[in-house]
Design a protein around this ligand. Structure first.
Ligand SMILES: NC(=O)c1ccc[n+]([C@@H]2O[C@H](COP(=O)([O-])OP(=O)(O)OC[C@H]3O[C@@H](n4cnc5c(N)ncnc54)[C@H](OP(=O)(O)O)[C@@H]3O)[C@@H](O)[C@H]2O)c1
Length: 338
């Protein structure tokens, strides 16, 4: 077992001001509580949820200063005394992990999380892919499952050039559901078509509303997944037939959803929300295990994430700034020990 040092490098959020609120510091390595595990962190991506958290706009805030980072991977190096069989099983294993609402995050050399939030990685999955194996892959599984349960043959998805947009399309293909991605830049239409997508729409085009309406009425598309919020759910609903639904799962526009009540009242159109944490919380142990096993088998294919840049912890503020400036084209990863 690796020797655990007393001090570690960590990224600290000192004020809710995005990249400028971050500082790289030396801190004591945390001790796991009775039901926790201590993870030597290997890698952690920067996700849109991290950006929202850094700006104080996520679903919850923490007392500052705190270490950010909701998702990552690493090796379990110590376990709490009440972690039981699971703790003994995980000790020394490579895991994917997420952090708890009330704990600190993963942008550090070591991190503590609940034993339930450390998921063992299959041998074929690298620590790098493992670091991005929970948030987007499980969301893709959940959204495609909801489309399948609703009997939808085709669905819309916005912010379509995102890592999740690519996953949704590939997983949809496997499940017989066409995911029609909507992007906001003409060059992304070309890029996504080169990756095998038959139909990609550009929301910045002058003919977008008409094209979308023709498509939705022609193919009877009644479900859309929206990562943008603001005006977007209404733009989608306006183009969709009666009895359509938009599921909002992101707030990239950082704006409240604006809706025309007529569509809700007279055309039975609706908007709901999706949050992975809530969805996972509704699963029992067996369902979670089966879902995790299924996601792992797809991590090298449908649920794979491209990485475009890797930064050491010491350069975390630059990494966040780079990601914020251009989010498409692959994840920016913090790699510990580099
Ligand atoms: N609810 C949940 O539980 C849950 C779970 C996982 C992910 N998510 C959400 O899923 C979305 C995608 O995540 P990801 O990790 O796949 O993202 P990502 O790979 O980092 O890509 C983000 C994408 O968002 C686009 N974008 C950014 N701001 C935009 C805006 N104002 N309007 C339109 N497009 C915008 C970017 O396109 P450009 O190149 O045009 O900037 C980029 O393609 C995020 O909203 C995230 O919060 C939600």
């Amino acid at each position: 077992m690796t020797q655990i040092p007393e001090q570690m490098t960590a990224v600290l959020l000192e004020s809710y001001e995005g990249a400028t609120g971050l500082r790289v510091v030396q801190r004591p390595v945390p001790q796991p509580g009775p039901q926790d595990v201590l993870i030597q962190v290997a890698a952690a991506p920067i996700n849109p949820s991290d950006l929202s958290f850094l700006q104080g706009r996520y679903g919850f805030q923490k007392t500052l200063p705190t270490i950010p980072g909701f998702e990552g991977s690493g090796t379990v190096v110590a376990v709490g005394r009440e972690t039981g069989l699971m703790g003994r099983f995980l000790l020394g294993r490579r895991v994917a992990c997420v952090t708890q609402q009330h704990g600190e995050g993963l942008w550090a050399e070591y991190a503590v999380t609940s034993v339930n939030y450390a998921l063992p990685l299959a041998g074929a999955v690298s620590l790098e892919q493992g670091a991005m194996s929970v948030v987007n892959p499980l969301t893709a599984v959940a959204l495609i499952d909801s489309a399948k349960k609703g009997g939808h043959k085709a669905v819309l998805n916005t912010a379509g050039a995102s890592a999740l947009g690519l996953m949704l399309h590939r997983l949809g293909q496997q499940e017989g559901i066409e995911v029609i991605n909507i992007v906001r830049q003409a060059e992304q239409v070309t890029q996504l078509k080169q990756q095998g997508m038959r139909t990609v729409l550009n929301s910045s085009s002058a003919t977008f509303a008409e094209e979308l309406s023709d498509l939705c009425h022609g193919q009877k598309i009644r479900l859309a997944f929206d990562a943008i919020a603001g005006e977007t759910p209404q733009r989608l609903l306006a183009a969709m037939p009666d009895h359509s639904r938009v599921t909002v799962y992101g707030n990239l526009a950082q704006k409240d959803v604006a809706l025309n009540p007529g569509g809700l009242i007279f055309q039975d159109k609706s908007v709901d929300g999706f949050w992975l944490t809530r969805w996972v919380g509704q699963k029992n142990f067996l369902q979670s295990l089966l879902m995790w096993r299924r996601a792992q088998t797809l991590l090298l294919s449908a649920l794979k994430t491209e990485v475009r840049a890797r930064y050491p912890l010491a350069q975390a503020p630059q990494a966040v700034a780079e990601y914020e400036a251009a989010m498409s084209g692959g994840k920016v990863l913090l790699v510990m020990g580099e």
